[in-house]
Design a protein around this ligand. Structure first.
Ligand SMILES: [Ca+2]
Ligand SMILES: [Ca+2]
Length: 221
C-alpha cells in the first residue's frame, strides 16, 4: 500500500504547485496571479467602473479597487475628472527594477495618455499606450498597453517598489469629453518572489515530510 500514499503526497505537491503558479493570460502574455496590483491605496476624482460590462454611474472606492487590482481585463475604471489619479500598491509581490521594462499597464478602448509618478522620488512620466491587437472578452474593447521601465525614474538596478500613482486626464474638446483613460490591469514584469501563505507552506511541509517518509519506507523495503 505504499504507492497510493506516495501518489497522495505527489498530489499535495502538485496542488501546491498549481496554487502558487496560477496564471492569467492577457493580450497573449502569461502573468502569475501575484504579478498584479493588489490594493488601491488612494484615489482622487469621480470614477466609474464596469462589472460584467455594465457601467456604474459613480463607483465606490471598493468598486474602483476591484476594477484596477487583480488580473481581470474585463473590469476597468475611468473618470471625467481632470487631474485625477489612482494610487495602487503591491502587497504579495514587489516591483523590481530588473532588465528592460518592469511594469505593464493595460488600458482599454481608444488609446489614451496617462502619467505615472512614483512616491519614491517624485518623478512623473507621460505614457501613451498602443493597441495590442487583442480585445476584451467582455465588451470587445481594444486592449492597449503601456510599458514602464523604472530606469526612466532614476531607480537603481534591483531597487524595489510597492506603490505607484497613475494620473488620469480625460481629453476634452470644448466641454465635450472625447475620450478618457480606462485602466484595467496594472502588473509587474520583474517581481520579487511572492511570500507564500502560511497555510500553503504548512501544506507543502506536510507533503515533503510525507514524501520523505514514503521514500524512506521504500528504501527499507
Ligand atoms: Ca500582487
Ligand atoms: Ca528596468
Amino acid at each position: 500500500m505504499k504507492y497510493p500514499k506516495t501518489l497522495f503526497f505527489f498530489l499535495v505537491i502538485f496542488l501546491y504547485t498549481v496554487d502558487v503558479s496560477a496564471t492569467t493570460v492577457i493580450a497573449g502574455k502569461t502573468f502569475q496571479d501575484t504579478d498584479f496590483a493588489d490594493v488601491l491605496t488612494s484615489s482622487s476624482g469621480v470614477f466609474h467602473t464596469t462589472v460584467g460590462g455594465a457601467a456604474q454611474p459613480v463607483a465606490t472606492f471598493e468598486q474602483v479597487e476591484a476594477a484596477v487590482t487583480g488580473g481581470n481585463i474585463n473590469t476597468f475604471a475611468y473618470t471625467f475628472t481632470p487631474d485625477s489619479y489612482l494610487q495602487v500598491g503591491f502587497t504579495d509581490n514587489a516591483i523590481v527594477n530588473g532588465s528592460g521594462n518592469d511594469i505593464v499597464i493595460f488600458e482599454l478602448g481608444h488609446p489614451d495618455a496617462f502619467t505615472i509618478s512614483l512616491a519614491l522620488n517624485g518623478v512623473e512620466k507621460n505614457y501613451s499606450p498602443v493597441r495590442t491587437g487583442y480585445y476584451t472578452p467582455v465588451g470587445g474593447f481594444s486592449i492597449n498597453v503601456a510599458l514602464v521601465n523604472l530606469d526612466d525614474f532614476g531607480l537603481a538596478a534591483g531597487a524595489m517598489l510597492s506603490n505607484m500613482v497613475v494620473g488620469l486626464n480625460p481629453l476634452y474638446h470644448g466641454n465635450i469629453c472625447q475620450t478618457t483613460p480606462s485602466i484595467a490591469v496594472i502588473a509587474g514584469l520583474n517581481n520579487a518572489a511572492p511570500v507564500p501563505e502560511p497555510a500553503t507552506m504548512a501544506l507543502l511541509g506536510s507533503g515533503l515530510i510525507g514524501l520523505a517518509a514514503a521514500r524512506k519506507r521504500k528504501a527499507q523495503a
